[in-house]
Design a protein. Structure first.
Length: 152
């Protein structure tokens, strides 16, 4: 069974989302488009919520979000339990978000050039999580989510 990727954007990310969907399909991924469906103005938290909920509830394996800067989408998506949404700007941050943070949602700003965004998506999807000391840190983040973090 192929990996299922939820993708969503606001109006500013709509064009880049349209470029990335065929890239995902070309990589053999099942794509679930959570909207928006045009460049008409919308509120980004609605679409961040749809993608993040799908990842949090494991209806989708991973997600991709795109808005003007990527900041709003990453803030909103990270409110969901188990979501690790990473705003990335280049190949290095896309790779590191997977290796060290096991990011399950890639967030992009619409100003990322289409060619670079395609490369970032490919790197992000193909980079494995390293585990080890990084898992220990993710476990600490999980404690924060559960409001069970104690100062060392």
């Amino acid at each position: 069974m192929s990996e299922k990727i939820a993708i969503g954007s606001d109006h500013r990310g709509f064009h880049l989302k349209s470029v990335l969907k065929p890239v995902l399909e070309g990589l053999g991924k099942a794509v679930e488009d959570k909207g928006t469906a045009s460049t008409d103005s919308v509120d980004y938290p609605e679409f961040a919520g749809k993608v993040a909920r799908a990842v949090s509830e494991r209806a989708c394996d991973r997600g991709i979000l795109i808005c003007g800067s990527g900041i709003g989408m990453s803030v909103a998506a990270n409110k969901f339990s188990g979501v690790r949404a990473a705003l990335c700007h280049d190949l290095h941050t896309a790779r590191m978000s997977r290796q060290h943070n096991n990011a399950n949602i890639l967030v992009l700003g619409e100003s990322v050039a289409a060619e670079l965004a395609q490369q970032m998506v490919t790197v992000w999807l193909e980079t494995p999580f390293e585990g080890g000391r990084h898992q220990r840190r993710l476990d600490l983040i999980s404690l924060i989510e559960k409001d069970n973090f104690k100062d060392p």
